[in-house]
Design a protein around this ligand. Sequence first.
Ligand SMILES: NC(=O)c1ccc[n+]([C@@H]2O[C@H](COP(=O)([O-])OP(=O)(O)OC[C@H]3O[C@@H](n4cnc5c(N)ncnc54)[C@H](OP(=O)(O)O)[C@@H]3O)[C@@H](O)[C@H]2O)c1
Length: 255
Amino acid sequence: MTTLQNKTALVTGASRGIGRATAVALAEAGAHVLVHYGRSKQEAESLVVEIQKKGGRADAISADLGTPDGASLLAKQVRSTFGDRLDVLVLNAGISKAARIADHTVAEFDSLFATNVRSPFFLVQQLLPVLGEGSSIVAISSLGAREVVGKPGLENASILAYASTKGALETLVKNWAAILGPSGIRVNAVAPGIIDTDMSNFTKTEVGREVALGMQALKRIGKPEDVADVVAFLASDGARWITGASIPVDGGSKL
Ligand SMILES: NC(=O)c1ccc[n+]([C@@H]2O[C@H](COP(=O)([O-])OP(=O)(O)OC[C@H]3O[C@@H](n4cnc5c(N)ncnc54)[C@H](OP(=O)(O)O)[C@@H]3O)[C@@H](O)[C@H]2O)c1
């Protein structure tokens, strides 16, 4: 069984969806979890209470990761809570956008890269002093980093800008893994397929559900817990010889 007894963990975007399930999984494995949120204060605080009621340790912490100083403000709060040691960093907070090529705007493009790429980049930079031998970083990428998802076509909505943020994130993961490996820090990505969260609202329609199931070997919609369990494993000593990897968690999508 995965154990993270006496470990400290930060999960960004833990108020909802995959981040929330990940915070629960890490807390159940014994970690003291910082539940980071942006706008969803109530959800984050209720998660903290839920974890504490089950005997776990958690605190809520907020920062807008779409702003230039969001990552450094968050890192400051993490360091003041945990002191000099962060064992697990889950880079999960993210936003997506589906639109026709013609309808993508500069502001939305910049916002996607600010939240999905710039904030993880500077969060790792700012937290380096408290990461060390045995620490594990897990970035939540996407199937979209490697595969074209949806029906290509100029008249169809596409997630190409979002997908390219995840390609950039996976490139960072490889570079971080190479640079931080000698310090004993492992860095991996998890690449979910379609997971039932607010971000993938389209799976709640019959058509959306059919599109999702049509590309998967396993015939159900993925759940946040399907991803969270893999993140918890990667964060644990069981994954001590894995670094620089991207693990698909997609029910066998696009095989
Ligand atoms: N769902 C999928 O099908 C899927 C597939 C592949 C990859 N992913 C990736 O998995 C990760 C989590 O996605 P999800 O589906 O769980 O999404 P979600 O339910 O929409 O949750 C997104 C989380 O990110 C936080 N967040 C977004 N923008 C933020 C900002 N500017 N500052 C601070 N926090 C911010 C949100 O916090 P607040 O609500 O508190 O603002 C929320 O906790 C993302 O990186 C996403 O790209 C999702």
